[in-house]
Design a protein around this ligand. Sequence first.
Ligand code: ZN
Ligand code: ZN
Length: 350
Amino acid sequence: MRSSASHSEAEERITIGAVKAQVLERAAPVGDRPLRLVEREPPEPAREEVRLRVHVCACCRTDLHIVTGELDLPKLPVVPGHQVVGTVDALGEGCTRLRAGERVGVCWLHWADGTCQYCRRGQENLCEHGTFTGWTADGGYAEAITVPEDFAIHLPEELDDLAASPLLCAGAVGYRALRRAEIEPGERVALMGFGSSAHLVMQLLRYWGCEVYVLTRGEGHRALARELGAAWVGAADELPPETCDRAVVFAPVGELVPVALRAIRPGGTVSLAGIHMSPLPVMDYGLLWRERSLRSVANVTRRDAEEFVALAVEANVRAEYEMYPLDAANDALAAIAGDSVQGTAILQIS
Ligand SMILES: [Zn+2]
Ligand SMILES: [Zn+2]
């Protein structure tokens, strides 16, 4: 006999038909259209997981590194996508936090164990057993996704789906990179590369009264940087006209690291926002000398995502975006590879 609790859970489970998903079976150059659109059974939420009906999923440069195999691929086939906004449509057993019909976000950190040495220090981004959405767990380039309910991100009503989704990785990782760079209000900050992440956090920097110097290739990106209030905009390998306090390198280009170190003052900090970067060139110690710091940024915590979402509302951060249908996911990734997206590419799914 069923208990009443499991009976009510069963009632909240909505049966849905086959769902569409963009699946990576084998890594390939982006020009070879590595993702394949398939129809398959909807994923069923395991214990303490929920299933979302996906509304939108913003694309991230990391998705590109996944489909091309620049990152190891521990799970294949895999559905990419880790900036997901959707509505809860089924609850696994034991869920207590979320309800059916609630709109939530899913970010890169899919799950962390909560018990390892890093989780205990508040560094769940470094969890020894962490799983990652759209890489080691199926992501949001699909009509449905499952996620542990504790790792779903609450989204304020002020943000619609399109405004919210780019904040979940581009925004959250960019925000972590600002914190890792120890940026204080009013400081002079260099941003190297100006894609999805940089154009979001730049708006927060302006809100904090920072002077922002942007180094990027591509006239479209430069125009957007000027529009968002950059104090100066230059080419990728130029030096800003003023010495900066901090620099954040968004472009996955190792050659920019010595440029960033040259751009900052003694005691200043450079943080590297990308999960993947080409090899760093040999550098003179003089570039680090006088207590300049160089820091990487690994993944995100739930707190990064929640704080940035809240700050984005407060600072009125607006994501620039270009929309693609789910079946054009390969085109969206090709556009990111070609640096031709203004702001963020977003898959509109339902
Ligand atoms: Zn852990
Ligand atoms: Zn990402």
